[in-house]
Design a binder for this molecule. Structure first.
Ligand code: SF4
Length: 264
């Protein structure tokens, strides 16, 4: 079994663990890591306390937290507890705070609104229609995210282009639908790069990653993927059309900020 929370010197990498399966750095990995570090430093220099890392506690976000700590950047780290997370994710939340000695802000949905929605639609409305799935995501993710972002002008997220066709066209710096700047320092990293960093630095990670969950969301809406499937195929797997996103990463069209001459 993978000892995901131990130091590099103590780490035992079992056959079949996510590290054993995926840790294969790209030829230009050193440049990618240097670029990610530089973008984090630049984001903090520009936005200071108005910058937050929005972490899903997935492996990309754990790498970003590790990089922020390694760079000595006092950027707030925040996550959403939708009330439907796996026990392994909640265990990682506690373990990550201990490992880094940093508090992670936890933002939860409005309890009364959740209770009313559950009373009206039941425990598993997401399987009945895309509309109900979006309603659940709006209630449990988008509303607490909006509160998390109040007073903040920029955020750091763990998107990678290789994760899905929808994310392939993202930019490392772009405007979200509310006009805030969203930084994606790992955008060009491969899964191999991510897991190489985890192996090199002893980054704590969700035990579900060792069970073929490359992308982890809420428990009812996430399952393991099969060999060769898209990295996000296990998210909302019963939906077969449209972008399988929850709305957190909606961006303004034509407002990519990685083009020369563009500003926030
Ligand atoms: S991912 Fe599933 S359980 Fe989580 S908020 Fe969206 S629909 Fe609800």
């Amino acid at each position: 079994m993978m000892a995901a929370l131990e130091s590099p010197a103590e780490t035992f990498v079992a056959d079949g663990s996510a590290i054993a399966l995926h840790a294969r750095p790209s030829a230009d990995y050193a440049r990618r890591e240097a670029d990610a570090r530089a973008l984090l430093r630049a984001a903090h220099a520009e936005f200071g306390d108005a910058l937050v890392q929005s972490s899903s506690l997935g492996v990309e976000d754990m790498v970003l937290t590790d990089l922020l700590v390694a760079e000595g950047l006092p950027v707030a780290i925040a996550t959403l507890d939708t009330g439907r997370l796996h026990a392994q994710t909640l265990a990682l939340l506690d373990a990550a705070q201990r490992h880094y000695g940093r508090d992670i802000e936890v933002w939860a949905p409005d309890a009364a609104a959740v209770a009313e929605f559950a009373a009206r639609e039941g425990d598993a409305p997401m399987y009945r229609s895309v509309e109900l799935r979006h309603a659940c995501c709006a209630l449990r993710k988008l509303e607490p995210l909006a509160r998390m972002m109040q007073g903040r002008r920029a955020w750091i997220v763990g998107l990678r282009r290789q994760q899905s066709a929808q994310r392939a066209g993202a930019a490392a710096r772009e405007l979200d639908a509310q006009g805030r700047v969203k930084f994606s320092p790992l955008l060009d990293w491969s899964a191999g790069d991510v897991w190489h960093y985890v192996a090199q630095h002893g980054v704590p990670y969700n035990a579900l990653h060792d069970h073929h969950f490359p992308s982890i969301g809420c428990a009812p809406c996430t399952r393991a993927v099969a060999l060769g499937e898209d990295e996000r195929a296990g998210r909302w797997w019963w939906e077969h059309d449209g972008a399988k996103e929850c709305g957190l990463h909606a961006v303004q069209p034509l407002r990519r900020l990685d083009q020369p001459g563009e500003t926030t």
